[in-house]
Design a protein around this ligand. Structure first.
Ligand code: FAD
Length: 351
């Protein structure tokens, strides 16, 4: 709901607006959702002081309904979260099956006269003066006056193909989930999050109930061996070579080597992750967890190793708008991002 983000940033503004509009959209389209709430839980004194700073950010970002809760109140909301000292409660945070939302966006687009082509990998984008030619690997050609790209893990390459800026570069970080066994789902009612480490852009391993009744635990953050590296065994030579020669990644990796190695060890050896979870719910045991699915975050990084924190657009190619960085919470914020993209497109295309 926009608690974490720097006040005044696009992320902060678009997330709060986007979340409220997503609820409204789900109501209008009869897409089931659950406003199950969220606790961000501090388990030691050092985290309590960071929690207070986070709460202040949430208030500045005008996240509705936020409250600081003590140990007793934590237990009223999450009876098994006995490790918490103090927490931020966000009662308006919710969950939805995002596939249903995305499919519904697609239906709306078609109903408004749009055509969606899937499985057409864009190979080149050329401005030939009177039109822009988008050529796909399968030799399909689309000619158009304007192009907007949102290519996630390939947003840098697609933008570069069109003559856009070289930087920022996408670095893929895999997020792996565990799942609670069905007979242990009762341990979690709503979302339970740690207080994030401000040095890293990820929120930390959390408990997430899902619309199908399952409970996901994760995601961790490990450097992936490929942009579409959804498992350890997926390695892509071009992606690896690019990462190895990217100075920015080395600048980030060297000072954070210990953290990175720990994350990799935890990914390979599951019992090492258990301590991160029992801090919140001491009842969780290794035998309650099974490996779940994984996602890959498209993390944009500058040449000096800084992680791009906010949404970023490249308007440097005439007639084109490239979305270069749309990390989490871009799904939650999507309806608000769409307005921003429309505004920017109208301005840079002179419409
Ligand atoms: C583990 C994980 C958990 C997350 N949790 C949340 C969450 O709780 N809330 C939230 O708001 N966000 C979350 N996110 C983030 C969210 O998924 C992204 O911010 C969002 O999907 C970004 O949207 P996008 O359109 O920019 O990119 P994507 O959703 O990645 O879409 C890009 C599309 O471009 C296509 N494409 C790429 N290259 C080409 C090409 N050459 N030709 C044609 N098509 C191409 C791809 O196939 C893809 O369909 C999470 C992400 C991960 C990985």
């Amino acid at each position: 709901m926009g608690i974490y983000y720097t006040p005044g940033s696009l992320k902060a503004r678009l997330c709060v607006d986007g979340a409220l509009r997503t609820y409204q959209y789900c109501e209008e389209r009869a897409i089931p959702y659950s406003r199950c709430g969220k606790l961000i839980v501090a388990t030691n004194e050092e985290e309590v002081s960071r929690l207070d700073v986070l709460y202040d950010k949430g208030l500045q970002n005008k996240v509705p309904g936020l409250a600081l809760v003590d140990r007793k109140e934590i237990l009223e909301i999450e009876p098994y979260c006995t490790g918490g000292l103090k927490a931020i409660h966000s009662p308006n945070t919710g969950i939805v099956d995002w596939r249903r939302v995305a499919c519904s966006y697609g239906d709306d687009f078609r109903a408004n006269g749009g055509t969606i082509l899937t499985g057409h990998e864009v190979a080149t984008i050329k401005d030939v003066g009177r039109e822009i030619r988008v050529d796909c690997q399968d030799r399909t050609r689309i000619t158009t006056k304007h192009v907007i790209t949102c290519a996630g893990l390939y947003s840098d390459r697609v933008s570069e193909k069109a003559g856009g800026k070289r930087s920022p570069t996408i670095v893929p970080f895999r997020g792996e989930y565990l799942e609670l066994r069905a007979d242990k789902r009762y341990l979690v009612k709503g979302n339970i999050y740690p207080v994030p480490n401000p040095k890293f852009p990820f929120l930390g391993v959390h408990f997430t109930p899902r619309m199908d009744g399952s409970v996901w635990v994760g995601p961790n953050a490990v450097l992936a061996g490929a942009r579409e590296g959804y498992s350890w065994s997926t390695v892509n030579a071009r992606d690896m070579a690019e990462m190895a020669s990217f100075r920015g990644l080395w600048k980030l990796a060297v000072p954070n080597l210990q953290y990175g190695m720990k994350e990799m060890a935890k990914s390979a050896i599951l019992p090492l992750q258990l301590a991160d979870l029992t801090r919140f719910i001491p009842e969780v045991k290794m035998s309650d967890l099974v490996r779940g699915s994984a996602g890959v975050r498209a993390q944009a990084m500058r040449d000096d190793g800084t992680l791009v924190d906010d949404f970023e657009f490249d308007e440097s190619c005439p007639g084109m708008l490239h979305v270069r960085n749309a990390p989490s919470p871009a799904a939650t914020s999507s309806l608000a991002i769409a307005d921003l993209v429309t505004e920017r497109a109208a301005k840079c295309f002179g419409l």
